[in-house]
Design a protein. Structure first.
Length: 388
């Protein structure tokens, strides 16, 4: 009798667990990224993770739906794509199968699944991906570069480029698409955009050159604005490999940038790099992946990326004939500041230890003349400074 009671209690507990077991779909990703913008893959690959309180749970089928409007998606109407129920355990690299995608479209999507216990999940939370620039003719921006002459056999000061523009309407959203020959950092209204270092990354620049996409909606104001770009030698023309080897991919730094803004009245505005931009040099006297950076803080350009800055002595820029066909969206993992010390150093940890650890030095001294940062040491050109 006692054994029978234990058996019945076990059955009831198992039934209760089954009834309570929750099945959910989480961690939706497009081409390995969560809610990416600037996607240029015409058939993005979708992935998700299933979670269940019940042991031995596997996916037996899935259903994906996608729409251009999040409200339409949640109501299941005006769908761009719907798979219906697909008998498959596949939950990674499921290719988009709807109508051809267009540049700048945002696609919202959800997934629900059925498991091997016959349980059906609710629709997942909404995820999205946003298309980038799919055709080279949609790049309205020009490749630009400073006009001054440089010595291709030596590390030269980093160019600073800037442009001011007026926005007189209320902004819905804004995207910045940007790349460079060499490395770039970009600022809008005095604030750096993005936290990624060594952009646009290292590829075979002769055939593939990545561009970054940034959501800069919150960086713009309904007034006069300014954008600024700093260029560095990087892998493009800096020292690369063994020996004194420079200019592996070319000798001239350049950038291309396209800022696309949508307003509440339905209109749009595009700010592009062209020969109306101005250029100068600043505190970065040398910039090299292998040999480090030479920085003279007495040459800092305070407020150079803000509106109203006096650039009357800056030089013009020139348009270069560089192919836009090789521009592709950024791929792979980003490199960013991973650690901040309490004292003098900010530490950049590089993916897979490609270049070890790079130290970006912020010194609490005034005034600072110039210093060089290497991967394993730091030397002052002029160590005379007054401590705070």
């Amino acid at each position: 009798m006692k054994s029978r009671n234990i058996f019945l209690i076990s059955i009831l507990l198992m039934t209760a667990v089954t009834i309570r077991a929750e099945l959910t779909v989480t961690t939706l990703k497009t081409d390995y990224k969560s809610n990416p913008i600037g996607v240029d893959n015409p058939l993005p690959k979708l992935s998700w993770i299933i979670q269940s309180d019940q042991m031995n749970t596997m996916q037996e089928s899935y259903e994906i739906r996608a729409a251009l409007d999040v409200k339409d998606l949640s109501r299941g109407r005006k769908l761009l794509w719907s798979t219906g129920q697909v008998s498959s355990s596949k939950s990674v690299h499921v290719k988009y199968g709807g109508p051809p995608l267009q540049s700048f479209q945002r696609i919202y999507w959800q997934v629900r699944i059925r498991d091997n216990h016959g349980k059906k999940s609710d629709w997942s939370d909404v995820a999205y991906w946003e298309m980038g620039i799919l055709q080279d003719i949609q790049w309205e921006a020009d490749w630009i570069s400073p006009t001054w002459e440089e010595d291709p056999n030596a590390s030269m000061p980093s160019p600073y480029l800037r442009k001011e523009f007026m926005l007189d309407k209320k902004i819905i959203d804004a995207r910045l698409y940007i790349s460079s020959q060499g490395l770039f950092q970009v600022e809008i209204n005095g604030k750096r955009i993005g936290d990624q270092e060594f952009t646009p990354g290292w590829t075979s620049y002769d055939t593939r050159l990545q561009y970054q996409t940034y959501d800069v909606t919150k960086n713009l104001i309904q007034a006069e604005n300014a954008i600024g770009i700093i260029l560095g030698d990087g892998w493009f023309r800096g020292n690369l490999g063994w020996g004194d080897t420079r200019n592996r991919y070319g000798t001239q730094l350049a950038t291309i940038a396209q800022l696309m803004i949508r307003f509440t009245d339905g209109s749009t505005k595009i700010i592009t790099t062209n020969n109306s931009w101005k250029a100068t040099t600043g505190p970065i006297l040398e910039s090299d992946i292998y040999n480090g950076e030479l920085y003279d803080a007495t040459k800092e350009l305070d407020g150079w990326s803000t509106s109203g800055y006096n650039d009357s002595e800056w030089e013009p820029t020139q348009v270069l004939d560089i192919s836009k066909k090789k521009l592709i969206t950024a791929e792979g993992r980003k490199i960013s500041v991973g650690e901040r010390s309490k004292d003098l150093l900010r530490v950049l940890r590089l993916s897979y230890g490609l270049l070890g650890v790079v130290y970006e030095v912020t010194l609490r001294v005034r005034p600072i003349r110039a210093f060089t940062v290497y991967s394993n040491k730091m030397s002052f050109i002029n160590s005379f400074c007054n401590l705070i």
